[in-house]
Design a protein around this ligand. Structure first.
Ligand code: SF4
Ligand code: SF4
Ligand code: FES
Length: 645
């Protein structure tokens, strides 16, 4: 363990740690542009200069590329180092357009921060600036090449880390260009990370440009809801609108990055057409009126038909809290049936996966990166768990063999960023040394023979789930012997349903009476339901999700519920009798327009009380330990807490 001194502070670090990282470990930030913890070292920008005063190396050195060694005495504030760094900034500023006021990166720009911190304030060079043509890179990312400082972070991420082939560096000497080799949008499904990784404003998020500055946003730690990998995100909200979604670091799950689906697929959160008002028989009403009506309807239905004829239906879209209370609600209704899945195959696949996994055989996402072989069984990885493809790519680059087993042909848009061998069955995968291999299974139905083979392979397992919270839905299904709705209806047992964020299969709705439904989106269930209770989306609520590796993670409310201020109908800033369109609106209301939504689990808790049940707390009993889960932590694997199957 090398011991060195940085700015008079003794530091001890693991072998291989750079001087820059050693300094970070004791809270000293050495200015840098090209260094990024997730990428290989390029030493391209020369900003991280420090002076080595004593020890095995002396003089001005690039701290990102210099491994810490015993006996080094490092100064980050030596006048020679400061001079070098200020000259680097001045030389970068020869060509940078100084357009911070009209740059969407302003306020969250590393170049802006280190330029100001370094004291550069006067342009001495009178010559012209170098300029470039920008490219159209697609609907997600705007390109502004004049701002480039040639740190090579983008190309190291896009090509080396994510395996993209359509973008790179062109030109030479003082005229290098970072862009697409041909016209057209960026092809990598991870391209949005260029926005986060570029230390200046070359790549900005087109879907949220010029809406707000960094300090305007409301943030909270959150979890992506698009698949069961459970990547950590940070939604950036302004005036009740989710403007951008960026990756949030979790070294156990997604590292620093997220896929483009997580970043760009967000319009639904802001949709002014989302159902926002409680409704009773087609007319809007107060929330409590709708809850009372739902409780009454449930009571009457049970009296007429018996509790067994009623099913409470959820889905993997619910938070863990919602799933737990759904079971309590079914009990409070006299022992009604419970369903977390519409489709039997989906339930079978999800439950079988949860039953198979335990502490020893479940692979951490990080373990995939270190595998000697990886078998992808019956799945389209880029569709079902895109960020896992980057973990498999790391293993591939380190020499692992990758097998695609029993898979359908992969569509051209979903070709993963690694080479693989297609085989017909798991028999063709060399299981020797199984502990160093990983099998990744898709979320479809699983036959018993396959499950037995997987279980005995000795390999570590990743079992993807249908939906962000599929693992939790499987656990609750097992605990409460819940059944797929299709089976409950087909058997003739269930005649009425109450749905919470449920996706009822086509054709089933005509066979049952929908007593009430609660959701944040419109759909056939919403249309058929005489009582409707609008719920919040994941950006407007607190909750817990369990990802495919059994990791419980907390997401926090990052904005209040309600209609986005942008485009708000003038009737909302009028008086009770008159629509006033004065600007700026000077009328104040007690309630947020369209802000009646409640978290699904809160609605359930109210219904439980109306039905005569005790007040409830979702994370109680065996789930109590999850109450103290830190949303900014790495989550906790439920097996370690004894909460698995
Ligand atoms: S485009 Fe951004 S990330 Fe790429 S080299 Fe230029 S400054 Fe660096
Ligand atoms: S891999 Fe899945 S969880 Fe991760 S960012 Fe993409 S869609 Fe979201
Ligand atoms: S951060 Fe060290 S040379 Fe760029």
């Amino acid at each position: 363990m090398p011991k060195l001194i940085i700015d008079d502070i003794p530091v001890e670090v693991a072998p291989g740690t750079s001087v820059l990282e050693a300094a970070r470990s004791v809270g000293i930030t050495i200015p840098h542009f090209c260094y990024h913890p997730a990428l290989a070292i390029a030493a391209a920008c020369r900003l991280c200069a420090v002076k080595l005063l004593d020890g095995p190396v002396k003089g001005i050195q690039m701290s990102c590329a210099l491994p810490a060694q015993d006996g080094m005495v490092v100064s980050t504030t030596d006048p020679e180092a400061l001079k070098m760094r200020s000259l680097v900034i001045e030389w970068l500023m020869l060509n940078h357009p100084h357009d911070c006021p009209i740059c969407d990166e302003g306020g969250e720009c590393l170049l802006q921060d280190f330029t100001i911190a370094g004291g550069h304030s006067r342009r001495r060079y009178q010559g012209k600036k170098r300029t470039f043509q920008n490219q159209y890179l697609g609907e997600g990312i705007h390109h502004e090449m004049n701002r480039c400082i040639e740190c090579y972070r983008c190309v190291r991420f896009y090509q080396d880390y994510a395996g993209g082939t359509d973008f790179g560096v062109m030109g030479s000497a003082g005229r290098v260009y970072f862009g697409r080799f041909q016209e057209g949008p960026l092809e990598s499904p991870f391209s949005g990370n260029l926005v986060d990784i570029c230390p200046t404003g070359v790549f900005t998020d087109k879907t949220g440009r010029f809406r707000a500055r960094y300090w305007d946003y409301q943030f909270a730690p959150s979890i992506c809801q698009h698949c069961s990998v459970g990547c950590n995100t940070s939604p950036q909200n302004f005036q009740r609108e989710t403007i951008k979604i960026v990756g949030r670091r979790n070294d156990q799950v997604n590292g620093w990055f997220i896929c483009d689906r997580a970043r760009f697929d967000k319009a639904y959160l802001n949709d002014p057409q989302r159902p926002r008002d409680p409704r009773l028989d087609g007319a809007t009403c107060g929330y409590d009126v709708a809850v009372d009506a739902a409780a009454k309807s449930i009571t009457e239905f049970v009296r007429r038909n018996g509790a067994g004829a009623l099913a409470f239906v959820g889905s993997p879209r619910l938070s863990l809290e919602g799933m737990i209370l759904l079971a309590q609600l079914a009990r409070a209704a006299g022992g009604a049936r419970l369903s977390y899945y519409g489709d039997p195959d989906q339930q079978q696949g999800s439950v079988a996966a949860a039953k198979l996994l335990h502490e020893e055989n479940t692979a951490y996402v990080r373990e995939i990166e270190q595998a000697q072989w990886v078998a992808l069984h019956a799945l389209d990885l880029m569709e079902e768990g895109p960020m896992l493809a980057l973990a498999v790519r790391k293993a591939f680059l380190a020499g692992a063999q990758i097998f695609l087993v029993d898979g359908d042909p992969i569509p051209a848009r979903n070709i993963p960023p690694f080479k693989y061998t297609a085989v017909e069955s798991l028999d063709q995968v060399p299981f020797e040394g199984g502990g160093k291999g990983v099998i990744i299974c898709g979320c479809g139905k699983k036959d018993p023979e396959l499950l037995a083979q997987i279980a005995s392979s000795g390999a570590k397992l990743v079992m993807l789930q249908p939906g962000a919270n599929g693992f939790a839905a499987a656990l609750l299904t097992i605990e409460h012997a819940a059944s797929p709705l299709t089976e409950l209806v087909a058997s003739g047992q269930v005649k009425g349903v109450v749905c919470f964020e449920a996706d009822v299969p086509d054709g089933l709705l005509s066979q049952v009476e929908v007593l009430a439904s609660a959701d944040w989106r419109r759909g056939p269930v919403h249309d058929k339901s005489p009582i409707f209770l609008p719920t919040t989306t994941w950006v407007e609520s607190d909750g817990t999700a369990i990802n495919c590796e059994g990791r419980a993670q907390r997401f926090e409310r990052s904005r209040v519920a309600g209609l986005p201020l942008r485009g708000l109908d003038p009737k909302y800033y009028g008086s009770a009798t008159e629509a006033v369109t004065l600007h700026p609106p000077r009328l104040h209301r007690k309630e947020v327009p369209g802000g009646a939504e409640r978290d699904a689990w809160q609605v359930m808790a109210q219904l439980i009380e109306r039905l005569g049940g005790e007040p409830v707390e979702p994370l109680s009993g065996k789930w109590r330990a999850l109450k103290s889960l830190d949303p900014e932590g790495e989550g906790v694997r439920i097996f370690e807490m004894g909460l698995g199957e």
